[in-house]
Design a protein around this ligand. Structure first.
Ligand code: SAH
Length: 349
């Protein structure tokens, strides 16, 4: 599909839409109506906007495009997880995942096409970054999953994690705009406390975000608290060493009083030694936090093998001994390549 030449109506603020109508001698509230159709009701065409006159709808049609995402392919896992390959207006594809549990539905959304970072254990990193997603492309993924949750599970979406493709802090303004829309009454009205932004840890951006007094949660993909090890698996760590990251996290806590979750995979021969456990326990003392030991989802690289249960238990014992909350998380949707780090547009090429 070719990119639309017409301006995307969803780049317009409510005020800009009101202006558009006023300039044409129409009442400004028509702008509110269109805004509501676009954001609250998720309209994909002007034709659907039935409280506007036909002439008005046609005028909008000649002036603007509505660059909606399209679910290109939907896959369902045996555990209920749903993976959507969504096509953007310019034909590029990202993935978003619906993760159901007994009581919640979590949307795992993408923030970039590909990723700016180079984590060796992540399938998305192999795609390289093609472009950042627009705020509405992020918002739309959430809307799609909210609809699927209502349809398949009879309840609305309850949580959102920015753990899909991309590094959210490398597309900061658009991610913030999307969150604003998701949490506003004009959008989904979801509480920010139910949103988690996950980052590989860009210290400067963590500080900037902390200054804006956010009410959502922060997760940091740590994976190692030893610089040499972390750099060997997440090369950008050479540019943003752990000491800077630690300071930024301290600053985040000081500003927000919200504790950070560390995501951490334990791999055989990489971070399974007592010194690795000690370094993590030490790192955790910087600011109140929680550790989430996540399962490794293979991406076909022999270097990375999930450490056995006994090693995880050693981690858990040491962390709990130091008074740190730790959870062990099992993967969801592995059979459809929908789990953490597996998003790489495999089904769609
Ligand atoms: N760029 C962001 C968000 C996307 S990754 C970040 O790094 O946080 C979401 C989570 O999946 C991160 O914690 C990441 O480290 C983890 N992850 C990546 N590849 C993985 C894999 N193969 N198995 C398990 N977790 C993986």
């Amino acid at each position: 599909m070719k990119p639309e030449a017409k301006k995307d109506v969803r780049t317009l603020s409510r005020e800009a839409l009101r202006d558009f109508f006023e300039k044409r001698g129409e009442p400004a509230f028509r702008g509110n109506q269109v805004y509501e159709w676009l954001w609250k009701k998720g309209a994909h065409s002007f034709e659907e906007m039935t409280n506007l006159s036909l002439a008005m709808r046609q005028e909008l049609e000649t002036e603007f495009a509505i660059n909606h995402i399209q679910v290109d392919r939907m896959q369902r896992s045996s555990d209920g997880t749903i993976k959507n390959a969504v096509k953007l207006y310019d034909g590029l594809v990202v993935e978003s995942v619906l993760i159901p549990t007994e009581s919640r539905t979590t949307a795992c959304v993408s923030s970039q096409v590909g990723c700016s970072l180079d984590c060796n254990f992540c399938a998305t990193a192999r795609l390289k970054r093609m472009r950042n997603l627009n705020p509405d492309e992020i918002y739309d993924q959430v809307l799609v999953i909210d609809r699927q949750s209502r349809l398949y599970f009879g309840r609305p979406l309850s949580n959102i994690v920015f753990m899909g493709m991309g590094e959210p802090l490398m597309n900061y303004p658009n991610v913030m705009k999307a969150i604003e829309k998701i949490t506003s009454e004009e959008g989904l009205g979801l509480s920010p406390k139910r949103i988690t932004v996950s980052t590989s840890g860009v210290p400067k951006m963590i500080r900037k975000m902390a200054d804006e007094g956010p009410r959502f949660k922060l997760a940091v993909s740590l994976h190692s608290a030893v610089d040499a090890t972390r750099t060997s698996i997440m090369p950008f760590n050479a540019t943003f060493p752990l000491s800077d990251l630690k300071e930024a996290i301290r600053y985040w806590y000081g500003q927000t009083r919200s504790r950070v979750t560390y995501e951490y995979v334990v791999w055989e021969g990489i971070n399974d030694k007592p010194a690795d456990i000690e370094a993590l326990t030490d790192f955790c003392k910087a600011a109140p936090c929680k550790v989430n030991l996540i399962q490794y989802n293979p991406i076909g690289d022999e270097r990375f093998r999930q450490a056995p249960e006994a090693t995880l238990e050693r981690y858990v014992r040491a962390l709990e001994g130091a008074g740190i909350t730790v959870t062990v998380r099992r993967s969801r949707g592995v059979d459809i390549d929908a789990a953490c780090g597996q998003l790489a547009n495999k089904a769609t090429g």
